[in-house]
Design a protein around this ligand. Structure first.
Ligand SMILES: [Zn+2]
Ligand SMILES: [Zn+2]
Length: 244
């Protein structure tokens, strides 16, 4: 099944060489997967943002150590996303995650790495960490999808910052997708869904937890809580994009 999926994906990639490339967001035949017009709509996270969770704050607000969202406490030592979950990033994430479009995944990763290189202040603490831990998919969903988008992002940043990818987290339950759930339901949905693997090599270390999108932060916070309980010294979150 996995072999077949990979074969189809390879065929699709080979076919793309001979077909005119259209913008994945607006459909314009522009020879690129994102046209210039759509690319210009990209919203990067820039100051002011919350120093703790990285949430963009309204213009005019001065730098804040925390915001109303994280004032009640969070197991994350910090969290950062290079982009706001808005066009064209949202469409590219969907194409990558649900349609297995690797070109969209590569575009997103390159754009995120370029932002990290261009804005060292945004990721100030991250290059000092020891390992990158992707949020795992349940093995059944991993096989169905053929890949884990968080691992793809983690590998890109591990090359940039020269640190290993550590598969320290395991997913114990195949939880329903978070997308249609309320904030309370999301918290319940992921509660007890993760565990630190016995074989983890990241105990006592500072780790970067990686996921694709941060919405309410339920998954990131639950994973960070479990990692801290499992003995990680610090947990910093990184997602490609975040909803605001
Ligand atoms: Zn376009
Ligand atoms: Zn905050």
């Amino acid at each position: 099944m996995l072999f077949l999926r990979n074969a189809i994906s390879n065929l699709r990639e080979a076919a793309a060489i001979f077909l005119p490339i259209k913008c994945l967001c607006c459909g314009e035949s522009c020879g690129k997967i994102v046209c210039d017009k759509c690319e210009r709509k990209t919203v990067a996270v820039t100051p002011p943002y919350c120093g703790l969770c990285g949430r963009p704050l309204p213009p005019g607000v001065r730098f804040a150590d925390d915001c109303s969202e994280c004032r009640d406490g969070t197991p994350l030592d910090s969290c950062r996303s290079p982009f706001v979950y808005a066009p064209p990033i949202d469409e590219l994430v969907k194409q990558f995650k649900f349609n297995g479009n690797y070109a969209a995944g590569d575009y997103l990763l390159k754009a995120a790495l370029a932002r990290a290189e261009a804005d060292r202040e945004l990721f100030a603490l991250f290059p000092e960490c020891d390992a990158i831990v992707p949020v795992p998919l349940h093995p059944i969903r991993r096989i169905r999808r053929g890949f884990n988008q968080s691992e793809h992002i983690a590998r890109g940043f591990s090359r940039l910052w020269g640190m290993p990818v550590s598969k320290s987290l395991a997913r114990l339950r195949n939880t329903p997708p978070q997308s249609k759930l309320s904030k309370q339901e999301r918290m319940r949905n992921v509660s007890g869904a993760f565990a630190v693997r016995k074989s983890s090599d990241a105990r006592g270390k500072r780790v970067i937890l990686v996921d694709d999108v941060m919405t309410t932060g339920s998954t990131m916070k639950e994973c960070a809580r479990i990692l801290k309980e499992g003995g990680m010294a610090e947990v910093h979150g990184l997602t490609l994009a975040r909803r605001v």
